[in-house]
Design a protein around this ligand. Structure first.
Ligand code: SAH
Length: 393
């Protein structure tokens, strides 16, 4: 029997606007006893086929893979990977000597809800955020290596933190094609200490690439404080940009170790850098050094809508502390990667922080996620990273 989902009357409206999620409350009935992760066909209450996607237990019940009737087979995955690759290629992110890191697939932004693929040299790191993508991991890995040819020869699968418990339990983390390579991950000429096996996310926050490049331009002669440094990408950009001193802070000792390694790999015998494994709020309270370029790139303070209010207070407090202490003529790069916080709400939190700190602040840039993290216009929820560059008198 065909595995299918029948919608309640009128509940096809968002699908007619190509929104890729079907919430459980929109479903009238499910036929053919699909298992979690199966592909199901979706029908309107009038009995018309409208979409096909992966089914899952939870509030997002179906993640749509296609709005046209087509088989979800190897050719389907190859077609989607090719479209995604061609975009990155046209952005000038592929086939470079000095740069080999980019996001190949960004979930809904590449019409593949639940799938993230990051490329580091000739290795692709695949991360499933849905049971359906987890079930398809091998065919996806094959599609990637077939479409990219010699450009990607190893695929590492890493979803231990991104899947519901049931799917996680089958121990599938590891190389699913090829094995470990010695390629050095490069971001615009800088060697980045990426560790996809033990690191956070797929090993790097690729989404800050263009913002790190912007920071480099403003680093000359400045004392830089990189809060929430993780692998230290902003610190490396500042050092290359000619900063006179760079301090990196992260509560995780693993992160400060990686940052130190990155500094050593790129700037051996350079003594301008120091890393601190400390809580950011405490560091800001107790710091003695004066800084005139500060980066605040905290983890998402709100992962769900219920946490929004507290998150906004968190952003306000953090920015207030930094604005109180930054030197006159200083520059603050401040970010939020919480998807539920809008750019208006974030800007309001920073506005309040500036008012409380009684500093004169002007906005120089409004930043966002880079082009290899595209936003599907039909899925505005895909817009998550926002940042402000502020000039503080
Ligand atoms: N700016 C980084 C990415 C930051 S990710 C880059 O360009 O790659 C957020 C980091 O904040 C993580 O490494 C996490 O360990 C760290 N973190 C989380 N809570 C913290 C806290 N209270 N104080 C300091 N660091 C914290």
């Amino acid at each position: 029997m065909q595995k299918r989902v029948l919608l309640k009357r009128g509940k096809e409206e968002s699908l007619l606007r190509f929104h890729p999620w079907i919430f459980s409350g929109a479903i009238a009935s499910i036929e053919g006893a699909p298992e979690e992760g199966d592909v199901v066909d979706v029908y309107t209450s009038d009995g018309n086929w409208i979409a096909a996607g992966h089914i899952q237990v939870g509030s997002i019940a179906v993640r749509v893979l296609t709005f046209v009737q087509e088989p979800i087979d190897k050719e389907f995955w190859k077609k989607r990977v090719a479209v995604a690759y061609n975009l990155r290629s046209s952005l000038g992110l592929t086939d470079r000597e000095d740069h080999n890191i980019y996001r190949l697939i960004h979930g809904e932004g590449d019409n593949l809800p639940g799938l993230v693929v990051d490329v580091y040299g000739r290795t692709a790191v695949v991360q499933a955020h849905s049971v359906g993508m987890h079930c398809c991991r091998q065919v996806i890995a094959e599609a990637i290596t077939e479409v990219l040819g010699s450009r990607v020869v190893s695929v590492y699968y890493k979803s231990e933190t991104t899947l519901p418990y049931k799917a996680q339990s089958d121990n599938s983390t590891g190389y699913i094609i090829g094995g470990h390579l010695d390629d050095v991950p490069l971001e615009y000429g800088l060697k980045l200490p990426v560790d996809w096996i033990n690191g956070q996310k797929t090993g790097l926050f690729i989404d800050q690439r263009e913002n790190r490049a912007l920071l480099e331009k403003y680093s000359k002669g400045r004392s830089v404080l990189n809060m929430f440094c993780y692998t230290g990408g902003f610190s490396l950009a500042a050092l290359r940009g000619g900063a006179k001193l760079v301090h990196s802070v992260d509560s995780s000792a693993k992160a400060t170790e990686l940052t130190n390694k990155g500094v050593k790999d790129n700037f051996p015998d350079d003594n301008r850098h120091k890393a601190f494994a400390e809580d950011a709020f405490k560091f800001l309270d107790n710091m003695e050094e004066k800084y005139d370029l500060v980066i605040l790139d905290p983890p998402a303070f709100a992962k769900h809508r219920d946490a929004l209010k507290r998150a906004l207070i968190g952003y306000r407090r953090l920015n207030e502390k930094a604005l109180e202490k930054i030197e006159p003529g200083g520059i603050l790069f401040t970010f939020s990667c919480s998807q539920v916080v809008t750019k208006e709400q974030f800007r309001m939190a920073v506005f309040t922080a500036a008012a409380q700190a009684k500093r004169s602040v002007r906005i120089l840039y409004q930043l966002h996620q880079p082009a290899d993290h595209p936003i599907n216009i039909f899925h505005p929820e895909g817009e998550y990273l926002k940042g402000l560059v502020l000039y503080v008198e």
